[in-house]
Write a protein that binds this ligand. Structure first.
Ligand SMILES: CC(C)(COP(=O)(O)OP(=O)(O)OC[C@H]1O[C@@H](n2cnc3c(N)ncnc32)[C@H](O)[C@@H]1OP(=O)(O)O)[C@@H](O)C(=O)NCCC(=O)NCCS
Length: 167
């Protein structure tokens, strides 16, 4: 593993907001955005937040469950807000919140939430240590603390799946 080369950053410096309009090509036969499109945009928004934090290329190591609370319709905006929640050693947990916005009325709905883990890579494409991210607001501190519990859960799940596949 390569030594870290970056400086500590605030969570706010990693924040990303992406906006797209939902077009017919992104939708199912009911006129609602495809789940895969939401996953794709969420992955990209979180990857930018992680890359912005460590200033290194990153790969997605894992995406936790993604819930869909409300449909987003063709013609509405899809808005993804993402940031780095916490850095471990070479990995970073990013959180994303997805919103719909009706352009006519301005009504916004929180439609999905997700947590993704990214790993920073060095010049040899090997995992590389990353500097911590500094949470400042109450929400950022809550997410930072929650990330530790979610990581334990992920690691336990990974170990269990590995064990099951060896049987
Ligand atoms: C992610 C990847 C770099 C991890 O490599 P590895 O050889 O398992 O490396 P390590 O075991 O040292 O793990 C590196 C970090 O990833 C984390 N990690 C690995 N698998 C993970 C998982 N399923 N969930 C969450 N974190 C994970 C480890 O906890 C470790 O974090 P830490 O350094 O902060 O403690 C490697 O599996 C990979 O390249 N995967 C393909 C990535 C890709 O192509 N993504 C695109 C989507 S398909």
């Amino acid at each position: 593993m390569v030594k870290k080369e970056q400086t500590d950053k605030r969570v706010s410096e990693t924040q990303v907001e992406m906006t797209e309009i939902v077009l017919p090509n992104d939708a199912n036969i009911l006129g609602n955005v495809l789940g895969g499109k939401v996953m794709h945009l969420t992955d990209i928004a979180c990857a930018i937040a992680a890359h912005r934090h460590c200033r290194r290329p990153v790969v997605t190591a894992a995406m936790d469950s993604l819930d869909f609370r409300h449909p987003i319709k063709v013609g509405e905006l899809i808005i993804i807000k993402a940031s780095v929640n916490r850095v471990f050693k070479t990995s970073m947990e990013c959180g994303a919140k997805v919103f719909s916005e009706n352009l006519g009325t301005g009504e916004r709905k929180h439609t999905s939430s997700a947590y993704l883990t990214f790993v920073a890579l060095d010049e040899n494409k090997l995992p590389m240590q990353v500097n911590p991210v500094v949470p400042e607001t109450e929400d950022e501190k809550r997410r930072w603390q929650g990330a530790e519990i979610r990581r334990e859960f992920r690691m336990r799940q990974k170990a269990l799946l590995r064990k099951a596949s060896q049987k």
